[in-house]
Ligand binder design. Structure first.
Ligand code: AHR
Length: 327
């Protein structure tokens, strides 16, 4: 009888996390099934931006195309949800785990659990700050420091003929996330070469349009002389545009705007003259990720770091490429 109860409890414990991974794209079969398919557990950050929506679609479409059984879990911006999802994937004995870490720190324990269970992990989009790099097989995604530098370089080039102060406000991404930390650093390093560039206010807008608007409204109230807005993504920039227009100013003219991502709405605002420059960050990581999943599963050696190729866009370039943009 005692044995029967513990069997029931064990079954319930295994079923619980599986149910927690809502939005699953797979057929519910765990790793170790005999359909011959690779089972990939993927923990996504959330749905905070146009970039994230395009990234999720790319991963789901590519898994389908590659014949990979995808177990997809949305963490709704919470690290604790990602940790739960990873533990659930371990219990389900998936073949590979991939995830886009919402923040950089605090992953060592759960990554060690995956390693002990013999399940390889692939980081996508965002890095972790673990010093033990054996905890994951590879990291595919952008170089966020480089993105920040590209934003800074453009700004420095715009103001070569003046010595007047340039007042910058910054909308940072999610606090503690790799793109927020690195885009701030890359940009800051470049503008530090000339003391006329001053960041007069800097706050998180959480990578969302709503928060970008709210924080920009506060920036505008507190600072009458803003020359430049640097937003760590398009969505916050788009929210800020609403705030700038609401304050009776002309975005792109009265306040120059630099953003990162190059999603469709951002590119449209760039083509319309409301944004001045966008640094591209590609969300289309799905095909490369599935390729890595297949290689890692086959026991092949993969590069420890796979950097996405990206460019930048001026207003003229945005007009030219907009019709062909995929996202
Ligand atoms: O990690 C990539 C970033 O996350 C994108 O730039 C941003 O839009 C998203 O939310």
């Amino acid at each position: 009888m005692r044995r029967k109860i513990s069997t029931i409890l064990l079954a319930a414990a295994l079923a619980g996390p599986l149910a927690a991974c809502g939005g699953g794209d797979g057929d519910g079969a765990g790793g170790g099934t005999d359909d011959g398919k690779i089972t990939l557990g993927f923990s996504q950050v959330g749905a905070e931006s146009g970039w994230r929506t395009a990234n999720t679609k790319s991963i789901q479409d590519s898994a389908k195309q590659a014949g990979i059984d995808l177990k997809f879990s949305d963490a709704q911006q919470k690290q604790e949800n990602q940790i739960k999802a990873i533990r659930s994937f371990i219990q389900q004995k998936v073949d590979i785990i991939a995830f886009s870490p919402v923040v950089e720190s605090g992953w060592d324990t759960v990554l060690k659990e995956a390693k002990d269970a013999g399940i390889p992990v692939i980081l996508t989009d965002r890095a972790v700050d673990s010093t033990d790099t054996t905890l994951y097989k590879t990291f595919i995604g952008s170089d966020f420091v480089e993105e920040g530098k590209k934003a800074g370089d453009w700004l420095v080039n715009q103001y070569t003929t003046t010595t007047d102060p340039v007042n910058i406000v910054e909308l940072q991404g999610t606090t503690g996330s790799a793109p927020a930390n690195d885009r701030k650093k890359g940009f800051g390093d470049v503008i530090a070469t000339d003391p006329k560039f001053k960041i007069i206010a800097s706050q998180t807008g959480e990578f969302t349009r709503a928060k970008g608007k709210e924080v920009m409204e506060a920036f505008l109230k507190a600072n009458p002389d803003i020359d430049v807005l640097y937003a760590h993504n398009d969505d916050m920039g788009l929210g800020a545009i609403e705030a700038i227009e609401g304050a009776g100013k002309k975005p792109g003219t009265d306040i120059k705007i630099i953003t990162v991502d190059a999603v469709h709405d951002g590119m449209q605002a760039l083509a319309d003259g409301k944004i001045n420059f966008i640094v591209e960050c590609s969300p289309l990581l799905g095909p490369q990720l599935m390729d890595l999943v297949q290689k890692v599963h086959a026991g092949e050696t993969v590069e420890p770091r796979v950097i996405t190729k990206e460019t930048t866009f001026t207003q003229e370039q945005a007009k030219a490429v907009l019709p062909e943009r995929q996202y």
